[in-house]
Design a binder for this molecule. Structure first.
Ligand SMILES: [Zn+2]
Length: 197
């Protein structure tokens, strides 16, 4: 279940994250996502802070459209990645079963469908709240829950999240889906994180 970070990182209870989102429409999302993650992760005692540079950062967060590229220990990696989808991609790189570095990619143009007042469907850029949900979900992967089977709970780390009429819903078992934004506490997921740290 998941993968622990290397011991030197676990000792600090802190992950440093480099902001690779330099310009454009999403320039604010880094700060918003880190604050939301830290609020969510409070019960675990771990936190994320902004890194000074990319090479020493534990996690690198950036936007991608078409291809997600990254380098680790002089090796180049590439993954195909939709720039319009409503989910991100996190790649963790481990040595001897411990994460050394993680790369988080967010869609550059996350696109939702909506309806005008005549009922015609149209596409538009997702709201900052939708992007926040995408980003926090990926940061949870990056803190160690890096496998598909780690998904769960009834909130931000549920998979797949539901998207309807331009809005994100978090399916909550046995209840009506909760309309985002709400990165609500989720003891199932913070419990899993705690075990890894
Ligand atoms: Zn996921």
């Amino acid at each position: 279940m998941g993968t622990p970070w290397k011991t030197s990182v676990r000792n600090t209870k802190t992950l440093t994250v480099f902001n690779g989102i330099t310009t454009g429409h999403w320039s604010n999302i880094f700060t918003i996502a880190l604050a939301a993650f830290n609020e969510f992760a409070k019960p675990t005692g771990i936190k994320m802070v902004k890194a000074g540079n990319e090479s020493s950062a534990n996690i690198v967060m950036s936007l991608a459209d078409g291809t997600a590229k990254f380098e680790f220990l002089n090796k180049h990696y590439e993954n195909s990645f939709s720039g319009t989808a409503l989910h991100g991609l996190t790649k963790t790189l481990s040595i001897d079963g411990e994460i050394q570095k993680a790369f988080v990619f967010l869609p550059e143009r996350p696109t939702v469908t909506d309806f005008d007042n005549k009922g015609n469907m149209f596409e538009k850029l997702a709201s900052p709240n939708v992007m926040k949900v995408i980003a926090v979900h990926e940061l949870i992967h990056a803190c160690g829950l890096d496998e598909m089977r780690d998904h769960g709970g009834d909130g931000i780390f549920y998979y797949p999240l539901a998207y309807q009429n331009g809005k994100v819903y978090v399916p909550e078992r046995g209840k009506n889906p909760a309309l985002m934004p709400s990165v609500r506490p989720d003891g199932i997921i913070t419990g899993k994180i705690k075990e890894l740290w």
